[in-house]
Design a protein around this ligand. Structure first.
Ligand SMILES: Nc1ncnc2c1ncn2[C@@H]1O[C@H](COP(=O)(O)OP(=O)(O)OP(=O)(O)O)[C@@H](O)[C@H]1O
Length: 452
């Protein structure tokens, strides 16, 4: 599907520069120098995003966004301005503008802002529309394969027992920890579907995908007219998941102010939408997940200790796949059967050399990585046996067993920072940009790794 972006900028040179910098796949940028030049244009598709200068010749960017919103209620907005003021920033936020960028800005800053809008949009689309289709296919998948957490290691056996036990403890909050791709969401879904809540929604939210400015309204919902952009009543996550399970993924990315509010809801089990005095009692189980070290975050003052204890009343930790090699063969067989069926291939087995390579791989991306490797192999395989040449490992590991290579994430992070520092002649601002993190974050990491 084409992704249409509307650009309103009256400086011709900047307009062209912005257009040139947004060369993204499947994106079409329609540029205008004024409202007058846009208003009679017939669009082929619904625009998903508007990038607006505040001062245009005939209308200001905020008013234009307001008018666009009337026609395209789902449109997102980014304001670019040479005259950033608190007043404008507040007005933008109230209108539901996602980002506010001060001129002059770098092309990558704008691109990253667009990507943020898009990931938020995908989050909404996923949850409000496409989720139904996903739910359907998921149900079919579960009916066929079951939702059991696959594995034969002692760790997985214990996890399966814990899942069943906590599923019966109705309202207990659950904290799931483990590296990315290790199965945290699958466990959360498993707990939900084994509990008495299975008839009510399982509502997944990725805390990283929501800009701070929108967290509160998404969290609690709002009443029509509560603020300028509130064009209709909007249920918050707690209400949507009422009776069911709210899965808060990447809880470590929730800011401190929101953490306090979450704690209050967990204590009181009550929410009220922004702009409304009505109090809604909610019966929502919270299952949260993180791959961050929350204890360290508590020490650094970035995560509330009381919330940690509240969420951690039941803790499930998933060890990385490389520490439970005995699970690899069953997972491989499971994914071979699954993808062979999905892609209508008659693949029946795996060559022992291919299995050896899989057993010796280090899986920094855990089960997600293994799953992708098998799916690719199934697609590449032209006979009914998967052979070593069908396996496409990532560049970090070659399946040879690893030798003396240190695969710890800490080491990889340190090496990446050192490489970036070298490439940027030790200029911290440039290094931070290259690594796509803030300068403060870079300083913290340099300190952590003892670099300098
Ligand atoms: N034990 C398992 N058995 C079968 N499939 C699994 C298992 N663990 C994980 N998977 C599959 O691996 C993929 C990644 O799992 P999931 O999304 O739950 O990981 P995650 O830890 O939540 O990742 P992230 O931290 O990146 O959000 C999913 O497709 C999931 O179905």
């Amino acid at each position: 599907m084409k992704y249409t972006i509307l650009l309103f900028e009256d400086e011709a040179e900047l307009r062209q520069e912005i257009q040139d910098s947004i060369v993204l796949d499947k994106v079409e940028v329609l540029a205008f120098d004024s409202w007058a030049s846009f208003k009679d244009v017939k669009l082929d598709s619904v625009p998903r995003l508007a990038i607006l200068d505040i001062n245009l010749v005939d209308k200001d960017g905020l008013t234009i966004f307001y008018e666009l919103k009337e026609h395209y209620s789902e449109i997102e907005g980014i304001i670019i301005t040479g005259q950033a003021s608190l007043k404008n920033a507040i007005a933008s936020l109230k209108l539901g503008i996602r980002d506010f960028i001060e001129k002059p800005f770098r092309a990558r800053e704008l691109r990253s802002s667009i990507e943020k809008c898009e990931s938020y949009k995908q989050f909404r689309v996923k949850n409000y529309v496409i989720d139904r289709q996903l739910e359907e296919s998921r149900k079919k998948f579960e009916a066929h394969w079951g939702i059991e957490f696959i594995g034969v290691s002692q760790a997985i056996k214990e996890i399966n027992t814990l899942m069943k036990r906590v599923a019966q403890a109705d309202a207990t909050s659950v904290m799931i920890t483990g590296e990315s791709g290790s199965g945290k969401e699958l466990i959360a879904r498993g707990i939900h579907s084994m509990s008495d809540r299975s008839g009510a929604p399982f509502y997944p939210v990725n805390c990283t995908a929501i800009p701070d400015s929108l967290f509160e309204s998404e969290f609690f919902g709002y009443q029509k007219g509560a603020f300028t952009g509130a064009l209709s009543n909007h249920e918050g996550w707690f209400e949507r998941a009422n009776g069911g399970t709210l899965f808060l993924d990447e809880i470590g990315d929730m800011n401190l102010a929101l953490q306090s509010k979450l704690l209050r809801v967990l204590d009181e089990r009550k929410v009220n939408r922004i702009g409304s005095h009505d109090i809604v009692t909610v019966n929502t189980r919270i299952v949260c997940a993180t791959n961050k070290d929350l204890k360290q975050m508590i020490e650094d003052g970035q995560f509330r200790l009381d919330l940690y204890h509240r969420l951690n009343s039941f803790h499930i930790h998933i060890p990385p796949l490389r520490q439970r090699v005995e699970d690899i063969p069953v997972l491989v067989n499971h994914f071979v059967r699954l993808f062979s069926e999905t892609h209508n291939k008659g693949i029946v087995s795996l060559h022992s050399k291919a299995m050896n390579l899989l057993l010796n791989h280090h899986y920094l991306g855990n089960i997600r990585e293994l799953k992708n490797i098998i799916e690719r192999a199934i697609l590449m395989c032209d006979s009914n046996v998967i052979k070593p040449r069908h396996l496409n490992f990532t560049e970090h590991t070659n399946g040879s067993g690893g030798g003396d290579v240190d695969y710890s994430l800490e080491t990889i992070e340190k090496q990446t920072i050192l490489k970036a520092m070298k490439a940027c002649s030790h200029n911290k601002t440039h290094t931070a940009e290259k690594l796509n993190i803030t300068r403060q974050a870079l300083n913290r990491k340099l300190k952590k790794h003892g670099i300098e």
